[in-house]
Write a protein that binds this ligand. Structure first.
Ligand SMILES: Cc1ncc(COP(=O)(O)O)c(C=O)c1O
Length: 439
């Protein structure tokens, strides 16, 4: 690392979800990016096996997106969307709706996945409130879920360490997670069987009464907890159980959206349509922060009809539909169309799957999971120090020129959807060396 880069690192900057004290001792810096690669300040290439943070789906520094943002900032840097609008935000909305399952006909813009989760939960409550059921306030999430860091998303999340210091949170209950290592270890793709989530939901309903519950929220595939793929029929069973009890179903597609599974959205992959669907990340290829919440026509019309005169939903962000984010999203959608990226995952996923599972017999590997272009390699934890191996793997892979992500002792991979077979091989070889060096 050069001296300039080294000297700028000090505690003035408090990094998120980072062991800051440790990082200051041994910083990892990225300074440039292009295509599949980052570069460190001292010019070392780092193959990006995580699409940044599950977000740079079309690869880095795409000139089409850079040009679109540049043109937009020269034409109009910002426009409010409170009681105002600008043409691009309407054009983007129409285009996005065209990608969605037919019933999701409206979109509310946010700036992040966390804001999308909170917005979805608020829309769910507002919908019930407007229909004369204001007592429907309870949310049902799922163990091991991640829905961002706002108080709403945190409340329905299922990662205990994320919640520990921040209570009290919103009233919520959690469905059991679907990680079943006894039966599903080393499953390729969707596990063949698992418990019907309707049974667990029934227990929650018995405790509170269905008339108290606003919505159930799940990630179709749990990403941050280490790529937990739902068993066959799980999401359909959940949909059926929600319908039976009048509960809204929310899919958090912040990771699974925009081609990650080889279909535009997980809703297409699993052929299950939620009432509300949240996105962010890949929407703008991460070049400008943006999130979007898609809502069924039924919910939208109900809120429009039941609201008093004037503003129907007292909710929004200064930067909802920011012109630069809209421009980045439009250019991203152009790339997706031109290069078929929303379905490319389907073509490359079998190669990715085989490559991942070639690591199965290495020491320390206790499970491998995958679906579309998401994969996870779980390592045996050190009993006295959970997460230490995962962090060591991150550091060692970085030293060897690969960016991976770790959740505790699970390595997660979600490469840009432009990745080649050769680049998959490079990534897997570095992970192999990394695992061997840790054994
Ligand atoms: C499923 C899911 N929801 C929400 C979020 C939060 O997104 P953000 O970090 O943009 O707030 C994430 C982030 O990884 C996510 O994976």
């Amino acid at each position: 690392m050069n001296n300039r880069a080294k000297t700028c690192i000090d505690p003035a900057c408090w990094l998120p979800f980072t062991a800051n004290r440790d990082f200051l001792q041994r910083p990892r810096l990225l300074q440039r990016a292009k295509g599949m690669y980052y570069q460190t300040p001292d010019g070392r290439p780092i193959l990006d096996a995580t699409a940044g943070l599950w977000c740079v789906n079309a690869g880095h520094c795409r000139s089409e997106i850079i040009d679109a943002i540049t043109r937009q900032v020269q034409e109009m840097d910002f426009a409010p969307t409170f009681q105002m609008g600008h043409p691009l935000v309407f054009q983007l909305a129409q285009r996005l709706i065209g990608l969605m399952p037919a019933s999701l006909q409206h979109v509310f813009f946010t700036n992040s996945g966390s804001e999308s989760a909170d917005t979805a939960l608020k829309i769910a409550r507002a919908y019930h409130h407007g229909r004369g059921e204001p007592q429907r306030t309870l949310f049902v999430g799922r163990e091991k879920a991640y829905h961002g860091v706002g108080f709403g998303g945190l409340s329905v999340g299922g990662l205990p360490r994320n919640k520990a210091a921040f209570g009290p949170l919103l009233d919520s209950e959690l469905l059991p997670h679907t990680l079943d290592q006894e039966h599903h270890r080393f499953t390729r793709g969707i596990p063949a069987w698992g418990d019907d989530p309707g049974i667990a939901l029934d227990k929650i309903i018995q405790k509170y009464g269905s008339e108290r519950i606003a919505a159930v929220i799940v990630e179709p595939v749990a990403g941050s907890a280490g790529v937990i793929v739902p068993p066959q029929n799980y999401l359909q069973q959940l949909r059926n159980a929600c319908d039976k009890n009048g509960l809204l179903l929310i899919f958090d597609e912040v990771i699974t959206g925009f081609g990650r599974l080889g279909t535009p959205f997980a809703a297409h992959y699993f052929a299950v349509t939620p009432d509300i669907l949240t996105t962010a990340k890949g929407l703008t290829n991460a070049a400008v922060p943006m999130g979007a919440v898609f809502v069924s026509d039924n919910i939208y019309q109900s809120i429009m009809t039941n609201a008093q005169e004037g503003i129907e939903l007292f909710h929004g962000y200064t930067y909802s539909g920011h012109p630069l984010a809209c421009a980045a999203a439009m250019a991203t959608l152009d790339i997706h169309e031109k290069e078929g990226l929303l379905t490319r995952g389907r073509e490359i996923a079998p190669y990715f799957e085989n490559a991942l599972h070639s690591l199965r017999d290495l020491p320390l590997v206790t499970d491998i999971r995958n679906i579309g272009m998401m994969g996870a390699i779980e390592m045996q934890s050190l009993s006295e120090h959970i997460g230490a191996r995962g962090m060591a793997a991150l550091q060692k892979a970085f030293d060897r020129g690969l960016l991976i992500r770790n959740t505790a002792d699970t390595i997660a991979l979600s490469p840009p959807l432009i990745i080649s077979e050769e680049e998959i091989d490079i990534a897997i070889n570095i992970i192999r060396e990394t695992l061997l060096s840790l054994a």
